[in-house]
Ligand binder design. Sequence first.
Ligand SMILES: *Cc1c(COP(=O)(O)O)cnc(C)c1O
Length: 819
Amino acid sequence: MALDSIPDQSEVETFKHAVLTRLRYAVGKDPADAYDHDWFEAVALAARKYQVDGWEETTRTIDRSQRKRVYYLSLEFLIGRLLIDNLSNLGLLEVARQALSELGVDLERIRLLEPDAALGNGGLGRLAACFMESMATLDIPAHGYGIRYEHGLFKQTVADGWQQEHTETWLDFGNPWEFERPECSYTIGFGGSVLSEDDGSGGQRLCWEPLERVRAVAYDMPIVGWRNASVNTLRLWRARAEETLRLDRFNAGDYLGAVADTVRAESISRVLYPADSTEAGQELRLRQEYFFVCASLQDLMQRHLGHGEEVHSLPRQAAIQLNDTHPAIAVAELMRLLVDERGLEWDEAWGLTVATLSYTNHTLLPEALESWPVGLMERLLPRHMQIIYLINAFHIDALRAKDIHDFDLLRAVSLIEEGHGRRVRMGNLAFLGCHSVNGVSALHTELMRETVFRELHRLYPNRISNKTNGVTFRRWLFQANPELTALLVDTLGEEVLDDPENRLRDFAAHAEKSSVRQRFAQQRRNAKERLAQLIEENLAIRVDPDALFDVHIKRIHEYKRQLLNLLHTVALYQDIRNDPATHRVPRVKIFAGKAAPSYQQAKLIIKLANDISRMVNGDPTVRGLLKVVFIPNYNVSLAESIIPAADLSEQISTAGLEASGTSNMKFALNGALTIGTLDGANVEMCERIGPDNMFIFGLKAQQVEARKRAGELSMQHEIAASPRLEEALIALGTGVFSPDDPQRYVALVDSLRYDDRFMVCTDFDAYWDAQERVEQLWQKPARWWKASMLNTSRVGWFSSDRTIREYAEEIWKVPPGEE
Ligand SMILES: *Cc1c(COP(=O)(O)O)cnc(C)c1O
């Protein structure tokens, strides 16, 4: 295929040899008795050799040039599979395919054996993964820091329509991409007390004496940029006990007690929290956050000082980006390192801290703003709590010195929330301790200035900036959709692979050519056929690849409004049953997504999707005009299969609540048309793609806000004015879709009628109309495909390369590399 067309035979031989030696000496198998998984491992290890060569070179070059480094701290990295990603960026994809085929092995088959590295919940973690790839591609010296969770995001199955969670086990067969670094480990303290000691020059110094100590051990994954630009490091920490076995207890016959400390220590990196944008108010979560921040800061400080630099040059040599507030304790930890351990004066340390750190905000949902009870902080991190009080005191004093005494303002900008129980506000801590605070789309940044950080923004008007999210086109176009990529290369030339941001624009001219349009439609048809096959294999449901594929895949959350789509599904179903002759567009509604295990309403929405699916798919009167499927276990690999097969992309969050969204960009890049609200990055997508090539509907953010302020949450008016909506609600409420339990959706329907926080009913008619426009355009294929091609052509700006260039220039002050 197009990516690196004709493999050089000598390269093929070299690769073949690399695979065979690894199969024999690393996996310990002979080709004759190797299983597919053995082959996968041998190929991954062979690819790793090429990575490591580039890795060493990158490290040497950066060390020599003393370039400033970026440290990206994130509690989540939602990576997915890496085999094709790595081969493709190394330029070895066709070489490997050919080499394996000569060995009688099918690359397509063995690539499926790799488990997804699912060390993240959704958009936030996936963004971190896209950023790592873009930073390597742009030759920016970057290190990612996170946690090597033994168990990633839970595996979802559906039993009788209900979500079931199962432990994810990605490390069962080892991870061929990682290097354990036992020699690189740090001690992390918890609890204990703060002592005052002599600083040797007549003064006093405070010193934290932790009670409990845990080790953080480094595991490195090389991250290769496109065309091998540079190879950066993702360093993930694993928690180990200081002493793995208490021999005294063991010898006394207390076998469980002998390992109790180990279990407690190692639980820190045991499992990823499955909470998505809701507060995980658990002590373990705070331990995870401090654990990885403390290890990462020690590590980067050691690197900094090891290069002969002194501590004052830290901001010149290092930029630390905090992905959301999860690593916000870094503000207090860096202060502790500088003041307590390096003996700097407070003001000087504060200057260095603020100049080094920057923070990205990801959500405005009040329930998702992290805060920790003061009591918990005092018990777990006593010195940090003192430092936070000091930061707060200096901060409030400085305001008073500027003659600011407004009580409400001082209360709003305080680091401590006084209310039912005092809590530390991590968002405010991050805001104060960082020189830069950014939102992830223009609308979200604007709302940040007006809501969560309204008062802080008034005090620091230059601190907030916008960096609209992007996605890496290597994964979301080249790998996910090789057939479309081949078409783009044939029409635009190889250059489109290196500069899609600019070159894709030229694809618009081809939207007028029926031959290209046909090929464009054909690649979509092929992707839909493959997805139809996947659906049949997994769910035993047959869908017609010629139907319109209407796709809604993302975490299940009320604000993302899967319910609005399900109500439309019910209304459409009833319409078809009443009058099948007026319907001409066969549709497949495709849903996928996980619900946080404790989020009951989201789990009920999954059940509803499955109830509707069973009823609709089993009804012969619908005659194939409507099918509904819920595909279990949404993850990166599933997204890569579904997105190229989508005709319509559902991005219908309540306006003002989706910070950016990134699946909206992946879909548009692959040519799906968006039906969506003016929310998150949809707004900027619409500016670039044009409103004629999207289906925009519904309340705008300001209108949502106005209605909330007016207290208009009872929807009786709207429902009375919309017979279609009323009928759908009655059907749900009376158990039409849940004959086994007619009461199942009564409370859900009541909440829509009387307290519709997410404005589902208000937006219903507008959504219905937008869906009608979808069907009208679908019936004019030439126009549909032109609009679809214009989507692909016009979303180049949403590349994470562009986003990273903005961070590098405006926040990190790190110039991209030479290339
Ligand atoms: C892109 C992506 C997301 C983010 O999706 P949104 O629709 O933007 O919320 C979540 N999960 C996976 C697996 C993704 O690939």
